[in-house]
Write a protein that binds this ligand. Structure first.
Ligand code: ARG
Length: 578
């Protein structure tokens, strides 16, 4: 159920009826003030210009031609030719009844597409860092929404599990195992392990040669070497899985399709590029000159697919991945979540891939960039000593801080319950403070702001949810048991009703643009509308008639269901009490 869609269609028909050109635009927006109605159609002005008539006259004609009987009570022309739409109370009430009867809250699934989503994708040589946190959280929210909207989502965790740095890591690991250490112990801290290996590589006689030899053996597919590599990535994957579990994201081992998976396709990728004349030799390397992208002097950008020594690159793997996703996985869309600094890489990869036919014409290739997470000083988020912040520690701190908040209150909840609540608040706060911002901008990671119970935060939304649930506890009924007619006489009731019915609009936008903040902001507005309604419209007070009380319980029930569904789609848990 999508009010926007329904009204747009009605106005499209009206435009047709008054003889407007086929492609006349149908701009419709939400009214900014109640006196302007609920929605506003702004198609008269542009059309009047085109037809060289007065906008208000055109608006009058549209109003006369529009058939909104049953949907709107009133259409009025305002200002230079806006058309204000006042939706009918009965129609709104009926639509809410439909939502109440439906598990999906009357959100219609879209025509199903195959959508490949590449997200999280950490480098296994090191600990996951905050950049991967953003990719993981945002990607997972988008995945959940796409699935809910009826799409077949194929998760691809494009882990960085290959490359020359594994040479030194494996050589170092071999020595540790020779000391009788278990791989798990040796690799318990990947950052330390990496640092140690790097020091040896830079300083120890002969170690660098051994490391290089390991790279060659690895590429040759040497059995012992691969076994060692397996051990390494296995432990490293386990570290990532721990983070995924704590974060409540839907990724598991089966979704891993790391860089190594494309090894045996890289030679063919370069071969095909050469055959088609897309790639040419340049100083011993295989490169693609991109005439579409030139620098200031008009020189084409250079996209390297094979180094002069024969080695392949990140880009070669991404071309192989593109081909696999478009042809083998039959993707309609490919979404890739990485930080914005990789934007150029993906733009060029798409250009090269399309030239070479590595992607079907109809497959859309969408790099979904995100900005940086900054510290309070406005600089990239780091530990006090300037190191990378370990995600596990960051998430532990979140739960610890939430625990302190909860413990400050004295109430009758058991310790166990409090622990569980603190976990949901802490993790929810970290996720939500990332998800509620337009992903393309940098943002400041701020503990106090994200854990506040006021404002656009996870704790606020979780609290709003418990507030609704407490109404039902006081009323002594289960939300699902409430079935009643809806009365939307009060301003706050009507506003809440319309907000509830805009859920699908928000979800469609998230699915189309991969922007979870649209859903976050919707939920925040919904929670705020509910709080307003709760203040001004008594539910259980004496003097409220049964009819009104039940109608208000219905609105509360729908609010609870929409909030919990919406938060779940963002990957954020709710609780009954807090
Ligand atoms: N491992 C990469 C990084 O940490 C991200 C990979 C993203 N996906 C891709 N197909 N390149 O930067």
């Amino acid at each position: 159920m999508n009010i926007h869609q329904i009204l747009t269609e009605k106005f499209r028909l009206a435009l047709q009826a008054i003889g407007a050109p086929e492609n006349a635009p149908t701009p419709l927006s939400r009214s900014t003030r109640p006196e302007f109605g609920d929605y506003q159609f702004n198609g008269a002005m542009a059309l009047a210009k085109q037809l060289k008539q007065k906008p208000r006259d055109i608006a009058e004609q549209i109003v006369a031609a529009a058939d909104l009987s049953g949907v709107a009570d009133k259409l009025e022309v305002a200002g230079p030719g806006f058309i204000n739409v006042h939706l009918s109370q009965n129609w709104l009430a009926d639509r809410l009844q439909d939502a109440a009867k439906d598990e999906r809250l009357a959100v219609e699934p879209q025509a199903s597409q195959n959508i490949v989503v590449d997200y999280s994708s950490p480098n296994l040589a090191k600990e996951m860092h905050v950049g991967h946190l953003r990719s993981t959280i945002i990607g997972d929210a988008v995945v959940r929404v796409l699935e809910f909207m009826g799409h077949k989502v194929i998760r691809q965790n494009h882990m960085g599990d290959w490359g020359t740095q594994f040479g030194m890591l494996l050589a170092h690991l071999e020595d540790k195992l020779a000391e009788d250490k278990l791989a798990e112990t040796a690799l318990s801290d990947l950052e330390d392990f990496y640092r140690e290996a790097k020091v040896r590589f830079d300083e120890e006689e002969g170690f660098d040669d051994r490391a290089r030899e390991y790279v060659v053996r690895l590429q040759r597919g040497d059995k012992d070497c691969l076994d060692l590599w397996d051990k390494f990535i296995d432990v490293s994957i386990a570290h990532s899985e721990e983070v995924y579990q704590t974060l409540n994201v839907t990724l598991s081992r089966e979704h891993i399709m790391g860089e190594s998976a494309y090894n045996d396709q890289l030679a063919d990728v370069v071969e095909k590029l050469k055959q088609q004349g897309v790639a040419v030799e340049d100083q011993g390397a295989q490169v693609v000159f991109l005439n579409e992208m030139t620098d200031k002097e008009g020189k084409p950008a250079v996209y390297i697919v094979q180094k002069s020594g024969g080695g392949y690159l990140y880009s070669t793997t991404d071309l192989a991945a593109m081909r696999y996703r478009s042809f083998d996985l039959d993707a309609d869309r490919i979404l890739i979540f990485t930080d914005a600094r990789q934007a150029l890489h993906f733009k060029q990869t798409e250009l090269v891939g399309r030239k070479a036919g590595f992607i079907k014409q109809q497959t859309s290739y969408e790099h979904c960039p995100f900005g940086m997470m900054l510290g309070k000083d406005g600089k990239p988020f780091k530990t006090r000593s300037g190191g990378t912040v370990k995600l596990v520690e960051l998430l532990d701190e979140a739960v610890q801080r939430a625990t302190n908040l909860i413990n400050d209150r004295d109430d009758e909840l058991s310790n166990e319950v409090k622990q569980e609540i603190a976990r949901k608040i802490g993790i929810g706060a970290v996720k939500y403070s990332d998800l509620n911002k337009n992903r393309t901008t940098d943002y400041v990671f701020d503990w106090d702001a994200m854990l506040s119970f006021d404002g656009n935060t996870a704790p606020y939304l979780q609290y709003a949810y418990t507030r609704v649930k407490s109404v039902f506890r006081k009323a002594g009924v289960e939300p699902k048991q409430v079935e009643a007619g809806l009365i939307l006489e009060e301003k706050a009731e009507r506003a809440l009703a319309i907000k509830l019915l805009q859920f699908e609009e928000a979800l469609l936008q998230v699915a189309g643009e991969a922007t979870p903040h649209v859903l976050a902001n919707y939920l925040y507005e919904l929670a705020s509308q509910f709080m307003g309604f709760y203040e001004s419209c008594p539910i259980l007070k004496s003097g409220v008639t049964d009819e009104v009380r039940n109608s208000r319980l219905m609105l509360s029930r729908l609010t609870a269901e929409t909030l919990s569904r919406g938060l779940d789609l963002l990957g954020i848990e709710t609780m009954e009490k807090m």
